[in-house]
Design a protein around this ligand. Sequence first.
Ligand code: RB5
Length: 147
Amino acid sequence: MKIGISNDHSAVELKMAIMDYLSKKGYQMVNYGTDSTESYDYPIAGKRLAEAVRDKEVDCGIAICGTGIGISLACNKVKTIRAACVSEPVSARLTKEHNNANIICFGARIVGVEMAKAIVDSWLETEYSNEERHQRRIDMISEIENQ
Ligand code: RB5
């Protein structure tokens, strides 16, 4: 599986740690974020990743900023993107099962590296439930997008 990852200046170290962790597990990682701790605007980082997911350059994405919130807001402005900002693995699992989130976001100033690993594991190892009620609600989100 090919996973895009993106980040602003606040999340370089955590991005590197997650890239290393997932590469060793056999995932192909594509880096869309900054590798510098010089100030880098999270909307740019989010947009680059979200467009790559939308255009199917990668199968899904991981987005990290200080809180995870700003970058998730930016990602969610791109059509077809369902970016979920979480801080623990239960929400990560449920947002795949129920929302089929195609980008997972978290904050480098909020979660430590072990929690971040647990979040990505939980999200990547969970399948979308594909139940009618969940698909109907996802379709409703797409309708809002198209209005
Ligand atoms: C950058 O200082 C910070 O605002 C950003 O990483 C993020 O937390 C925004 O939501």
